[in-house]
Structures are given as C-alpha cells and as structure tokens.
Write a protein that binds this ligand. Structure first.
Ligand code: 4NP
Length: 157
C-alpha cells in the first residue's frame, strides 16, 4: 500500500511563545499517545518576530509540565511558504487572523486558515485568549481550551 503523506498542521498565535507552542506540544502528545505520529507533521509560528529563537514562556512551560506536556519548540515568525507547506493553519484569535493575511497578500490560500476554537466544541470561548499579561489562571484556561480542541482535531483529521 502506498504511504500516506502526513497531514501538515500549523498553529499560529502572536508571539509563538505561549499559545501556539502549547497547542503544538499538546497535539504532538495526543498524536503520539494514539500511535499516529507518522500521520502528522505539526509546527507552530507567530505573526510577530519579537521572540524569534526563544523557547516558550516559562509560565506556559510550567503549567504544561503539570499536565504532562513538554513545550520545547523554538519561536519563529510565520512565513509566506507556510501557506503552501501546510494543509491547515489554526489561529488563536481574530488579531492573528487579521495579521496572517499579510503573509498571503493575494488571499489565494486563506481557505487553509481557521480559528482554533472552531474545534474546541466543548468550550464557549470564540478565541483562545492571550495569557501574556495575566496570571496563572489565564494559562490554565488556555490549556483547557487547547486540550479540548486538540482532542477534537484528532477525531476529525
Ligand atoms: P502568544 O502570547 O501570542 O500566545 O505567544 C504573547 C507572547 C508575547 C507577547 C504577547 C502575547 N508580547 O507582547 O511580547
């Protein structure tokens, strides 16, 4: 039987140090735990380049490790090539949705972009809130939404 090409999934937030690396780490763990690692290529990026080259925010890493996740990706900015290289691009909020358009100026591949919360079917939030300037409870809320959405992604993809 011919090998199936892995499904290429990109998570996007603003800085690529809080929400999207957490989504990447959670989805990678879910995929591994279900024995489907070969079916997916998973990455994350930010619409801004402010934190390029950095590890995820220590507050997010700490909250994630309490739940058994390892968030260890290196921050990078979104690139125009991401639109052709990925099958699905999931953004965390409306600001990300607005900003990511700059990387696909003619809009021909914008159909690949969806809001992450479209998959978080058991949650009422319509965006994944930016936790950067808040307290630990904000990071917990982000993880709750991300776990719910990633569980659903695994079912649908
Ligand atoms: P993220 O969070 O977009 O989830 O990575 C943020 C990270 C950094 C900043 C804002 C949000 N910042 O202003 O530097």
């Amino acid at each position: 039987m011919a090998d199936k090409k892995p499904f290429r999934l990109l998570f996007v937030c603003l800085g690529n140090i809080c929400r999207s690396p957490a989504a990447e780490g959670i989805m990678k763990k879910f995929v591994e735990d279900s024995g489907r690692s070969a079916d997916f290529f998973i990455d994350s990026a930010g619409t801004a380049d402010w934190h390029e080259g950095k590890f995820p925010d220590a507050r997010m890493t700490r909250q994630g490790s309490k739940r058994g996740y390892n968030f260890d990706s290196i921050a990078r900015q979104v690139r125009s090539e991401d639109f052709s290289n990925f099958d699905l691009i999931l953004v965390m909020d409306q600001n990300n949705l607005r900003e990511i358009r700059h990387f696909n100026p003619d809009g021909n591949l914008m159909h690949k972009v969806m809001l992450f919360t479209d998959f978080a079917i058991n949650r009422s939030e319509t965006q994944v809130p930016d936790p950067y300037y808040g307290g630990d409870d904000g990071f917990e809320q982000v993880l709750d939404i991300l776990e719910d959405g990633c569980r659903e992604l695994l079912v649908r993809l």
